[in-house]
Design a protein around this ligand. Structure first.
Ligand code: PPS
Ligand code: ADP
Length: 192
């Protein structure tokens, strides 16, 4: 019996059908592709394009998008620092479950704090977590401003907007979305 966080006297329960069996059935290895960057940097666009391309190549994918998750699972969270941290922690755990299920999980969130992203990375073996940094200058994201949020932030109508009056810590150890990294997750079929 162990105590984990606030849970006491809990015991891990294993099932006879595990990750290897699921992977074999699906013909792929699950992994997490974590896309981070400022609002407007193109995270959701890349996440959906990647999901579409992989889908048409016969791979199971699922997109976890920050905006969408805040409509449900994370609707109780605000944009203050501790809530952003809890947001990323929850999504990291959910992404890990998707990967364990054998799915290529594409998570697309601002995830502004390096420590929070690293904590998600630590949940998976090295090759199963691919961090993708949408490295766009703030000026370009702000010029796009598809939802008009930067404008609201600049005029003080939104407080604590990432890049304007809230921090964004760029990754120092992100993987490029190199074919090798993706291929490891997908197996040889990806090169077809
Ligand atoms: N204060 C503030 N700062 C940043 N973003 C804000 C804020 N308020 C609302 N939004 C909208 O919320 C989307 C980001 O949600 P995330 O869950 O990805 O954010 S975080 O990872 O918890 O920082 C983000 O979506 P994207 O533009 O797709 O990044 C915004 O549309
Ligand atoms: N590679 C790109 N070149 C030009 N515009 C892009 C590109 N990727 C995304 N966009 C546009 O930028 C805006 C923000 O993209 P989005 O994917 O919603 O960003 P994020 O999810 O990071 O907020 C959208 O209007 C989108 O059409």
């Amino acid at each position: 019996m162990s105590n984990i966080g606030k849970s006491t006297n809990i015991l891990w329960h294993d099932c006879p059908i595990g990750q290897p069996e699921r992977q074999k059935l699906l013909g792929q290895k699950g992994c997490v592709i974590w896309i981070t960057g400022l609002s407007g940097s193109g995270k959701s666009t890349v996440a959906c394009a990647l999901s579409r391309e992989l889908h048409y190549r016969g791979h199971h994918t699922y997109v976890l998008d920050g905006d969408n998750l805040r409509h449900g699972l994370n609707r109780d969270l605000s944009f203050k620092a501790e809530d952003r941290t809890e947001n990323i922690r929850r999504v990291g755990e959910v992404a890990k479950l998707f990967a364990d299920a054998g799915t290529i999980c594409i998570a697309s969130l601002i995830s502004p704090y390096r420590r929070d992203r690293d904590a998600c990375r630590a949940l998976l073996p090295d090759s199963r977590f691919i961090e993708v940094f949408m490295d766009l200058p703030l000026e370009l994201c702000e010029a796009r401003d598809p939802k008009g949020l930067y404008k609201l932030a600049r005029t003080g109508k939104i407080k604590g907007f990432t890049g304007v009056d809230d921090p964004y810590e760029s990754p120092v150890n992100s993987e490029a979305l190199a074919p090798e990294s993706v291929q490891y997750c997908l197996g040889p079929a990806y090169s077809n």
